[in-house]
Design a binder for this molecule. Structure first.
Ligand SMILES: NC(=O)c1ccc[n+]([C@@H]2O[C@H](COP(=O)([O-])OP(=O)(O)OC[C@H]3O[C@@H](n4cnc5c(N)ncnc54)[C@H](OP(=O)(O)O)[C@@H]3O)[C@@H](O)[C@H]2O)c1
Length: 253
């Protein structure tokens, strides 16, 4: 039986990731954890990484992960060792570790500017370099960016320039790694532990403001982003592209 559109009901279709293994670099909280949960519901085995061992263990239990590894993903040697130590090939890798640096540009020296412009691209490139030899044909990489940095403003400093570098970087990486597919998710505000830690006692006010302002009338959740990430893994037509998920935030704030 299908629904009114003729689409098969979810319970009756094949899980889209059955027999596949997903690695989530930064999978113990927020968007990474919800991507892992969604991938599990589609039949995948999931491997989670993060820095904090306790948080990782709790997340692994919550989603039924088959393996975990605690290390800092900005450490290229640790990344390489992690992928080399995996016992079996993997299918997809999602990267949520890393984030932007909000500082006025003139307060930064040249080394800090290089780091702010290059650290996200550098991390994603190191993951790609380490993972690709362990990936099965048909695999994909999913990286995180944002829509908030598209505007230019004194408040966000160098973040606009760093944000602008990601879509062409991802597209070029997709060409270099083909047939492995590579895609970028650009999120606005997502209700995660990271947002809670940045906003502190202004979190509820921000949620309420977004519920009023956003065209979707609600706040974007980590589960929304996880659903998009799993779609990017399973839809084999998608590569080299940037996918916005911000509830229309970029057009109203
Ligand atoms: N939340 C938003 O509104 C939003 C919007 C746009 C883009 N993003 C981007 O989306 C990504 C995920 O955001 P989120 O809100 O889900 O963050 P989160 O709630 O803080 O979760 C981040 C996850 O990554 C792990 N992690 C962070 N740094 C790591 C590192 N260096 N090495 C290994 N693991 C690391 C964290 O665990 P440990 O701390 O234990 O390592 C945690 O599991 C970030 O890149 C963020 O910039 C978020």
């Amino acid at each position: 039986m299908g629904d009114a559109t003729g689409a098969p009901a979810a319970a009756q279709r094949e899980p889209e990731l059955r027999g596949q293994t997903i690695v989530v670099v930064g999978g113990s909280a927020g968007i990474g954890l919800e991507t892992a949960r969604r991938a599990r519901s589609e039949g995948a085995e999931v491997i989670l990484t993060g820095r904090n061992r306790d948080r990782l263990d709790q997340a692994a239990t919550a989603v039924g992960a088959c393996r975990t590894a605690a290390f800092d993903a900005t450490d290229a040697a640790a990344l390489r060792e992690f992928f080399e130590a995996l016992p079996d090939p993997i299918d997809h890798v999602m990267v949520t570790a890393g984030g932007p640096t909000y500082r006025p540009m003139l307060e930064m020296d040249a080394a800090q500017v290089r780091e702010a412009l290059g650290d996200h691209v550098g991390l994603d490139l190191e993951v790609a370099r380490s993972a690709v030899g362990r990936m099965r044909p048909g695999g994909s990489l999913v990286f995180m960016g944002g829509t908030g940095g598209r505007r230019v403003s004194r408040d966000i400093g160098i973040v606009s320039a760093a944000t602008a570098s990601l879509p062409p970087f991802i597209a070029t990486l997709a060409l270099e790694l083909a047939p492995i597919r590579v895609n970028l998710i650009a999120a606005g505000f997502v209700d995660t532990p990271l947002s809670a830690s940045l906003l502190k006692d202004r979190l509820e006010e921000r949620r309420s403001e977004l519920r009023t302002k956003l065209p979707i009338g609600r706040v974007v959740t980590a589960a929304d982003v996880g659903a998009l990430a799993v779609h990017l893994m399973t839809n084999t037509a998608l590569t080299g592209a940037t996918f916005d998920i911000d509830g229309g935030q970029q057009f109203v704030s």
